[in-house]
Every structure is written in C-alpha cells, then in structure tokens.
Ligand binder design. Structure first.
Ligand code: ADE
Ligand code: ZN
Length: 341
C-alpha cells in the first residue's frame, strides 16, 4: 500500500508555501540575510513545533517567515517544495502564499511573486510539475488591508488564479471580507477560503453564501450541520482536508477519529493535503499513508482521493483529463499486474 501511494499521481490543493519552510532551509536563509532566529539548532526548532491550537502555530509560522527577504529566498523556498513534489509524484500543486506576511515587513509584493513564480516556471520545465498560485489574505487583518493587497496584485494578475483566506479563524468570519471578495471576483480571481477548521459551521455557510467560494479549505466543522452538508454536495464543492495538520493543531484528537471516511461516505468530495508540511510532521504522501492506516482506507478509496485532487483542481478541463488519464493508467496497471504492494 505504501508504494502504491508513493507512486500514485496526485495533486496537492492545500499548501501554504511559507509552511513548507524546513528548519534547515530557514537556517541557511537566515544566515545569508544576517537575521537572528531564536533557535540554535534544527533539533531546537523541532522541539518548539508543539502546538495546542491554530494560534500557537501561527505565532511561530509568522516569525519564521521573517527570514524570507529577497527574490532568491522565495525562489529557493518554492523550488525546494516543488522538488519534494517531484519525489512524491505530485503532478500538480496549487500553492497559497500570504503576501501580507511579507509586505508588512517591507518586502515588496513584486519580490514575493517574482521569486515564487520563477520557481514555478522552472519546475514546469525541469521537473514537469504544473502549478497554480492562490493569493491568500490574512483574516486577522482588516478588509481595507486586503484591498491594498488586491491592488498590489493587479500588475501580476496573469500569474495568480485564485484568492484564499487564512490565519486566525475564530473572531474573523468570512463576512468581514465580503466587499474585497466581490472585487476579487470582478478582477477574475476564483474565490476560496479556509472555513470550519476551528470556526463553526456558520463560518462555512458564510464562506459559501457571502464569499461564494468554489472550494473549502478544511471544512471539518461543516459536519455539524446536515443542511450544510447537503448544500455543499448540491453545489459540488470539494473540501481540502489536511489530516496531519488537524492532529498537530488539535482540530481532531486522534487520526483514528478523523472524519475523512465519514465525509466520503456522506458523499462529500474530499482531497488529502499537507497544509504546512514543515510544521506538521509530514508531506502529502505521509498524510495519505497515515490516514490510510488509521482509517483502513482501501486502494479504491485512495484512488478516489487522488481522482478528486485533479477533478477539483483549478486546471482547465483538458489538463484535468490529461492527469486523470495518467492516474487511471497507473491504477489499472497496478491492478492488472496484481502487484503486491
Ligand atoms: N496559515 C497557514 N496554515 C494555516 C491553517 N492551517 N489555517 C489557517 N491559516 C493558516
Ligand atoms: Zn491551510
């Protein structure tokens, strides 16, 4: 089963590029930029990565992002993630980035987007991985600040496909960003948002009704409301689920109690993702492998999850079909050969 998962063609749809900053790369970039970090060794960093809730994690995540200053830093961060994608047979990645984490420290929007998008271009050419960028607003900041970020992004519109909403959920409901999301849609960005990670099902309702999102990041707490589940199915919205993140942030107490299988049985379209792999103990394949073991998922279940990852991506239909064909070929070949994975 492990080899089946490792070789499975898949897409990652929920990944924060800042959350892929591994301690070793953080040290390297910090040294280069002459920036002090409050850790002496990789072991010390790993010890600090113990969280009780989302906010515990965010405090450390924003602090670590301070090492990122130059275009080269953003390039290396992104290319490093995409090299890991190649190893894991991630064929397509939809990458979130948080411009405000950087522009609020004086790093220009241009520096961030240029470094990230150059790495994406190189990854397409050298690693044959396709990418899409999602610009995410920090929800603990004001709507006015989100408008400023939207304006900053307009010269680079061709490089960005969608917008997202992340950071501290409770107390910052989707409706706070109603106007800026309407403006984003006017500009042609596809609306997405984190909802129902720590926030209640009400936050998910707002995200779909007020912001009109096309995909739900996390969405765990949607299960609190039967009518909401029906509505999500009717609108054919997928949930980007992040099992190891849910454990690390105490959204779920034990992988054995993770609602992923229940979601699938209810008819919800779900995908498996790593969220912030450098912080939550595992990349996308580890997420697949651990959740498969915990919930006794079958090969058919795993195949369905990978299928969803392409089907509910933001790729155009021709590219979706290309990857779905690749996946189907892989699945039928492993069945035909009856390989003992
Ligand atoms: N930013 C990075 N990871 C996040 C998560 N899991 N939830 C909210 N904001 C985030
Ligand atoms: Zn996330």
């Amino acid at each position: 089963m492990q080899a089946f998962i490792e070789n499975l063609p898949k897409a990652e749809l929920h990944l924060h590029i800042e959350g892929s900053l591994e301690p070793s790369l953080m040290f390297k970039i910090a040294r280069r930029n002459n920036i002090n970090i409050p850790y002496k060794s990789v072991e010390e960093v790993e010890k600090a990565y113990q969280f009780n809730c989302l906010q515990d994690f965010l405090d450390i995540y924003y602090q670590s992002a301070h090492v990122l200053v130059t275009q080269q830093d953003f390039y290396e961060l992104t290319y490093h993630y995409l090299q890991n994608c190649a190893i894991q047979n991630v064929r397509h990645a939809e990458i979130m980035f948080d411009p405000q984490t950087h522009t609020n420290r004086g790093v220009s929007f241009e520096t961030v987007i240029t470094g990230i998008s150059k790495a994406c271009k190189d990854a397409q050419e050298k690693l044959n991985i396709s990418t899409i960028l999602i610009m995410s607003f920090l929800r603990h900041l004001s709507e006015e600040e989100a408008f400023k970020t939207l304006n900053d992004s307009l010269p680079y519109k061709a490089k960005i496909t969608a917008v997202g909403l992340d950071s501290s959920e409770i107390g910052n409901p989707p409706s706070k960003f109603k106007n800026v999301y309407a403006a984003c849609v006017e500009e042609g960005y596809i609306p997405m948002a984190h909802a129902g990670e720590e926030g209640s099902s009400e936050y998910v309702w707002e995200a779909i009704d007020v912001l009109g999102i096309k995909r739900i990041d996390h969405g765990n707490n949607a299960l609190q409301d039967k009518n909401l589940i029906k509505e999500i199915i009717n609108r054919d919205l997928a949930l980007t689920v992040c099992p190891l993140s849910n454990i690390a942030l105490n959204v779920v107490d034990d992988l054995k109690n993770h609602p992923l299988k229940k979601m699938m049985e209810l008819g919800l379209k779900v995908t498996i993702n790593s969220d912030d792999p450098a912080y939550f103990g595992g990349n996308i394949n580890k997420n697949y492998i651990e959740i498969q073991k915990a919930l006794q998922l079958t090969k058919e279940d795993i195949y369905q999850l990978a299928k969803n990852s392409f089907q509910y991506s933001l790729l155009d239909n021709a590219k979706k079909q290309y990857f779905l064909n690749e996946l189907e070929k892989y699945y039928t070949q492993t069945k035909e050969k009856q390989l003992e994975f």
